[in-house]
Design a protein around this ligand. Structure first.
Ligand SMILES: [Zn+2]
Length: 388
């Protein structure tokens, strides 16, 4: 797989992702001259982003000096902002958590109060990790609502009163570094990739009160023209029983109005189940309660019909389910698989994996860290870093 770019950022990415382990590998991968590659590698070593270590196998002559990414060249701040709590972490440049702290908040208190608390927690974890503010290379923030990615401003977030158009990056001015803000689903999607530099195509579907989808193309978040890609909660579906349900967006029969967490609770109450929250329904299903199981499986089938269309269109390697309703596990997956395998084209479905997230608590923080790291180490940013 020859790449056309031999920019310092592209060379760094090849080493980070394990595609190249020596200058000779980089020459072979990029097609650039030996001199060009060597000069850029020397720059990256001077900036401490790459380091030399050990010798590789010789294919005749002197064995090559191996290169590796120095994930300790700096740190990033990762903020996973929820409706009732926030988690702040400091990670190294491979998203390894060095220190983390969680704290209850009320997102409805508005941006000034909540972000002042985040600022306090960030200084606390930085000190715990033994880092100074000047070590912070980038900040990544996930929030529970739509965000204009280019400006880091929430856009009419339904469950974040007072946050519309608020410039979140400004709250991290003391670090004098880039700040990346995105919605929690995109951030969790990155976190589910788990490792920097994955090249898979993945859909991460969060089923909570609402339903959203993080679209990962070639290991990177795909955001679309305005940043709203993956907003699958308002795709039209036809309920099996032919009823019409009004969605909070004003349209009828949206996926989330039929199969989201709120819908699951409504249908369970209508069926006379002793439940007061979506979590109660999920727990009843986990205990094997027949009617609760059937409701969760039905929700899975409805979600599966939409996912089947997405599979035909996008042909992902994997679909990962996350969010409160995904905690139901097996019955939800059974409904989803049934619909996806019945309605997807065989070629797209053949090797498709559909799983439940195994670390939903962690993916928000890891994803926020990866978003910050990817931003800091993208090709243009690396050129700027080397110029400094
Ligand atoms: Zn809707």
């Amino acid at each position: 797989m020859a790449s056309t770019s031999a920019s310092p950022g592209a060379l760094l990415r090849h080493v980070r992702t394990g595609r190249a382990r020596s200058r000779a590998d980089l020459v072979a991968l990029t097609g650039a001259s030996r001199n060009t590659v060597s000069a850029r590698v020397d720059q990256l070593i001077a900036a401490r982003l790459l380091e030399e270590g050990g010798r590789g196998w010789s294919t005749g002559g002197r064995p090559p000096t191996l290169l590796r990414f120095n994930s300790e060249a700096g740190c990033v701040l990762a903020v996973d902002l929820g409706v009732t709590s926030v988690d702040v972490a400091v990670t190294d440049l491979s998203a390894r958590i060095l220190a983390t702290v969680g704290h209850p908040i009320d997102i409805g208190d508005g941006p000034e109060i909540v972000l002042a608390e985040v600022d306090r927690l960030a200084q606390l974890v930085l000190a715990q990790a033994g880092h100074a503010p000047a070590d912070v290379c980038a900040v990544g923030v996930g929030v529970p609502g739509p965000v204009e990615f280019s400006t880091g401003r929430p856009s009419h977030p339904p469950i974040m009163p007072g946050w519309h158009d608020y410039p979140i990056p400004g709250a991290f001015g003391r670090y004098e570094c880039p700040v990346y803000v995105d919605n929690d689903v995109n951030v969790m999607a990155l976190g589910e990739m788990g490792i920097a530099g994955s090249v898979q195509d993945v859909l991460v579907v969060k089923v909570g009160t609402g339903i959203g989808c993080g679209v990962i193309v070639d290991g990177r978040v795909y955001r679309g023209a305005q940043g709203s890609a993956g907003d699958i909660g308002h795709i039209y579906v036809q309920p099996a029983d032919g009823r019409t349900v009004l969605c909070r967006c004003g349209n009828e029969n949206c996926l989330e109005a039929i199969a989201g967490g709120g819908a699951l609770l409504r249908d369970a109450v209508d069926a006379g189940l002793p439940v007061a929250s979506t979590r109660d329904v999920v727990e009843l299903a986990a205990q094997g309660d027949g009617p609760a199981l059937e409701l969760v499986r039905d929700a899975g089938r409805t979600i599966g019909t939409v996912l089947a269309a997405l599979v035909n269109f996008f042909n992902p390697h994997r679909i990962v389910m996350t969010g409160g309703v995904a905690q139901a596990g097996a019955p939800l997956l059974a409904g989803i698989r049934e619909a996806v395998y019945r309605r997807s084209m065989p070629l797209a479905a053949r090797a498709l994996e559909i799983t439940v997230s195994d670390a939903p608590e962690l993916s928000g923080r890891i994803g926020a860290a990866l978003m910050a790291i990817e931003g800091y180490l993208d090709e243009e940013s690396v050129v700027e870093t080397l110029a400094r």
